[in-house]
Write a protein that binds this ligand. Structure first.
Ligand code: NCD
Length: 316
């Protein structure tokens, strides 16, 4: 079932975020404000939210980083957390996600983090949420992963002081990547002027979004003089078996190595949302090397998600 996405659903009447479903249409000023507040939390300067809340993690796809960091973020706020996994919930008995949201909201849940293979599911959840209850997209199909986009933008800001006017190469399986879509929304809203989408044609979007250009020759061309490189995993679970590239061939042409990383700027920041496949899209040496920001990305997930939980339930 496809539901209509109403872009207004995630904003209140004052234009403030009420849910976070996508970064598309979220103004750069809103993103900057969230990142400033998340940075203050990361610096230890912001106390927890007033009062307490309950977060329900509704994860219908596998997750380690995102689910745990929502849980830790809620803990930092002094909130209670409940984890509902599809296999153990009433959805196997036919209950819809909207029913689950209404049921748990009736028990006092204030916020839902939803990960679902169907990108429309989180919109249906938000539409069902009663006033004062917020829904945050923790990864929807291949479409949106807004909290990852925010924590990636924060990681870049910390390393480079800004996102505006940077050259950012997003490389690998962009076609199936919700991280890529949310990163592109965040980086363009923050003024990045040179976003390159780098990979073999079958793994690239059909047409580049505004502000982006495609580089499909090889990785070296795509990362030349880049300030930031975002590497993405091949999302095999979203591909037909016949279209999955051969690992050795892929690594030879599209893998980021200590050697080809020299084509980028010497201070280039290397990012990866994880889970990474060392030896395929990136070598273990680069992943754990001095230019890698992967641990910082993971660390930043906590203050970003804590800020969102606090901010989006503040008016409640
Ligand atoms: C990603 C996801 O699940 O979208 N991981 C994450 O949330 N950090 C990326 C992926 O699965 O490749």
């Amino acid at each position: 079932m496809r539901i209509e996405r109403d872009p207004a659903l995630q904003f209140d009447e004052r234009g403030e975020l009420r849910h976070l479903l996508t970064l598309e249409d979220v103004p750069g000023g809103h993103i900057e404000a969230i990142l400033d507040a998340a940075q203050a939390r990361a610096d230890g300067g912001t106390a927890g939210a007033a009062g307490s809340g309950i977060l329900a993690n509704l994860f219908y796809e596998p997750s380690t980083r995102t689910r745990c960091s929502f849980e830790i973020a809620a803990g930092r706020l002094g909130w209670q957390v409940i984890n509902v996994a599809e296999a153990s919930s009433s959805q196997v008995k036919g209950e819809s996600l909207a029913d689950t949201v209404r049921t748990l909201a009736a028990m006092g849940v204030n916020a839902f983090a939803v990960r679902h293979g169907n990108p429309d599911a989180v919109w249906a959840a938000a539409a069902a949420a009663p006033p004062g209850v917020t829904v945050i997209n923790a990864g929807g199909g291949s479409e949106d992963h807004p909290t990852q986009g925010l924590l990636d933008a924060l990681t870049i800001r910390q390393a480079k002081g800004r996102v505006a006017e940077l050259s950012i190469a997003i490389c690998g399986d962009l076609h199936h990547s919700r991280v890529a879509r949310s990163d592109i929304h965040a980086f363009t809203a923050l003024g990045a002027t040179d976003i390159r989408l780098v990979g073999p044609p079958p793994l690239l979007p059909d047409s580049p979004p505004p502000g982006c250009r495609i580089v499909d020759s090889n990785l070296e061309d795509g990362i030349r003089d880049a300030d930031v490189i975002v590497m993405l995993r091949i999302q095999k679970e979203r591909m037909a078996a016949a279209t999955i590239p051969d690992t050795a061939d892929y690594h030879a042409r599209w893998g980021l190595t200590e050697d080809n990383l020299k084509r980028a700027r010497p201070d280039c920041l290397v990012m990866h949302p994880g889970p990474a496949n060392p030896g395929v899209e990136i070598t273990a040496g680069v992943l754990e090397g001095p230019q890698s920001g992967v641990r910082t990305q993971v660390r930043n997930g906590v203050p970003v998600r804590a800020e969102l939980l606090s901010r989006l339930t503040r008016g409640a």
